[in-house]
Design a protein around this ligand. Sequence first.
Ligand code: NAD
Length: 360
Amino acid sequence: MKILVTGGAGFIGSAVVRYLINETDCEVINVDKLTYAGNLDSLADVAASPRYSFYQVDIRSKNALDEIFAAQQPDAVMHLAAESHVDRSIEGPQAFIETNIVGTYTLLEAARSYWNRLDAPRQAAFRFHHISTDEVYGDLEPQDPAFTETTAYAPSSPYSASKASSDHLVRSWHRTFGLPVVLSNCSNNYGPFHFPEKLIPHVILNALQGQPLPVYGDGAQVRDWLFVEDHARALYAVVSRGEVGQTYNIGGHNEKTNLQVVHTLCDLLEERGAVKPEGVAHFRDLITFVKDRPGHDKRYAVDAGKIHAHLGWTPQETFETGMRKTVDWYLENSPWWARVLSGDYALERLGEHATESVEA
Ligand code: NAD
């Protein structure tokens, strides 16, 4: 299969690209604008593969997308490109509307005009896989059952509302135009190559630098955590074997409060012998409670029974094994995160890495 992956330089996208190159014989066409969240360092191990190519392109650029579809003739699209950070969506929602809604619309239109020109067998085999989040379902009370694929949408933040909008667009392109789509909605991911603005890498790196470990409100918000490489395997199962028109919820069966996550990270850093900055007796001493995020969802939990029953997928990592792998990865890969923290990762993105560079 030749797969056009959007957002392949991001956290989950790069895990998907590494999985496709290392664990399958798929060809990968990575289409990524390289926003602050896109990092080609995360693809260093696979970038030289003859089965990998990269286009530095904004998904709102219809002409550029048309050219890529025509030149590359993909069998499937895995659409991960998005603005993904809830706090940024509160500070500045516009980029979320532009990329997550307008960008998805533009990609759907490019895929549709390409798909319309395919012959019947290739039309039938084509897949447009939209990657989304459990946050579209809103939040849960402690006693509520986990989200299923039929839970009503009730997004709370500009981020989740823009992802919900894009999910609706994708379903309507299937119903109205017949585009063969599949969707997946996943819980919170963690693992290697995670941009340090997100909770888990932020806590690890702040702890190593002796800086406060900020916890929103009382830290009682519950998230269902999934190791990113388990998500990549699930996504490949969905794009290669999922039924057209279906949605699959993906989750790790790991409901933890944010405070439990921070405690686990502090304890793992102690256990792994991480060097403590001067004056820090215990990593837990750095925990600092800060003003809660507006509209903060209380609890997410995903029922992943359908993807298990239909596609045979279950996570390979438990919360304990995945968190240990993650902490070890950050301890062993300081050059990766040092270049992110210094901003150096973004200096080399003026087009020379791209197979092609196209302005939006
Ligand atoms: P990320 O922010 O790490 O990466 C996003 C990638 O998209 C970056 O490489 C960025 O350069 C690229 N991008 C952004 N705007 C673009 C544009 N206009 N054109 C082309 N490329 C653009 O995000 P992530 O955490 O890897 O999430 C990937 C997808 O998975 C998103 O759609 C997100 O909604 C979804 N998701 C994320 C999580 C999670 O826990 N991180 C959970 C469930 C679903």
